[in-house]
Design a binder for this molecule. Structure first.
Ligand SMILES: NC(=O)c1ccc[n+]([C@@H]2O[C@H](COP(=O)([O-])OP(=O)(O)OC[C@H]3O[C@@H](n4cnc5c(N)ncnc54)[C@H](OP(=O)(O)O)[C@@H]3O)[C@@H](O)[C@H]2O)c1
Length: 255
């Protein structure tokens, strides 16, 4: 994978940060995005370059405005000469999910729309831009992060769960249409993983305890568990895997 290039949204924290580090360890150059903390992101890029001898750049992106991806990729073209992997990872939280992250009877179109925009529409525009670049080099691998909250009930998760189900369908359509260009498209669906997004859950402690008790492996998921799956799906070991949703849940969903 050395010398290839990963574009990933939301590389500053949680799962995105773990993915960035695991790809950097393999010598992959990284274009990652941030939303709220420019200084932290720029420092992170410098540290990645120093630690792993790769090229790393941080760019601002707001997934609530998916068309920003078009300008973002133009900037990436100036800094990198190829795009091999695209991972749609960023997720919104806080005020943007009011009316979306809540009980069914409290759902409001604005909150649901925000979540769909940030999850489904952002994946579509980002993957389209990435695919145009991948086509030029004969192929690539695209991944959308998803969640088992579209398979099992999670408190307040109707908006997110429905949008993750939708993005998994979008992944299958993209895979079907982009295969002839040598581009594979997959989703990685995680059970509860210990990150800021999960810590923001109102019942975080309860989720944490329940996850460990549901998992035959008797622990919560960690960001690196998802990063390993991303590395696999971008590697040549996964060359005939496309249109697939890989579930990384520590065995919790079945129990
Ligand atoms: N945690 C879980 O339990 C879990 C389970 C399954 C799947 N997932 C999925 O994994 C992905 C990453 O989740 P996470 O838990 O790692 O999240 P996280 O720790 O909350 O990190 C979110 C990332 O998204 C960025 N971001 C926030 N708002 C944004 C916006 N409006 N535009 C662009 N970027 C924005 C953040 O950037 P800044 O740092 O600059 O704000 C940050 O890098 C998501 O797709 C999530 O659904 C998570």
């Amino acid at each position: 994978m050395k010398g290839k290039c990963l574009v990933i949204s939301g590389g500053t924290r949680g799962i995105g940060r773990a993915i960035v580090i695991e790809f950097a360890k393999k010598g992959v150059n990284i274009a990652f995005t941030y939303n709220s903390n420019e200084e932290l992101a720029q420092n992170q890029a410098k540290e990645l370059e120093k630690e792993y001898g790769i090229k790393a750049r941080a760019y601002p992106l707001n997934i609530l405005v998916p068309d920003e991806y078009k300008e973002l990729f133009k900037k990436i073209d100036e800094d990198f000469d190829r795009v091999d992997f695209f991972i749609s990872n960023a997720i919104i939280s806080g005020r943007a999910v009011v009316g979306g992250y809540t009980k069914f009877m409290k759902l409001r179109p604005r909150g649901i729309n925000n979540i769909f925009t940030a999850t489904v529409n952002a994946f579509v525009v980002g993957a389209q831009e990435a695919a145009k670049r991948m086509e030029k080099i004969g192929g690539g691998s695209i991944i959308s992060l998803s969640s088992t909250g579209n398979l099992v009930y999670i408190d307040n998760y109707a908006g997110h769960g429905a949008s993750k189900a939708a993005v998994e369908v979008m992944v299958r359509y993209a895979a079907t249409e982009l295969g002839e260009k040598g581009i594979r498209v997959n989703a990685i669906s995680g059970g509860p993983i210990e990150t800021d997004a999960l810590r923001a859950f109102t019942n975080y402690e309860e989720v944490k305890e329940k996850t460990a008790s549901l998992s035959p492996l008797n622990r919560m998921g960690q960001p690196i568990d998802m990063a390993g799956a991303c590395l696999f799906l971008c590697s040549s070991s996964a060359n005939w895997i496309t249109g697939h949703t890989l579930i990384i849940d520590g065995g919790t969903t079945f129990k």
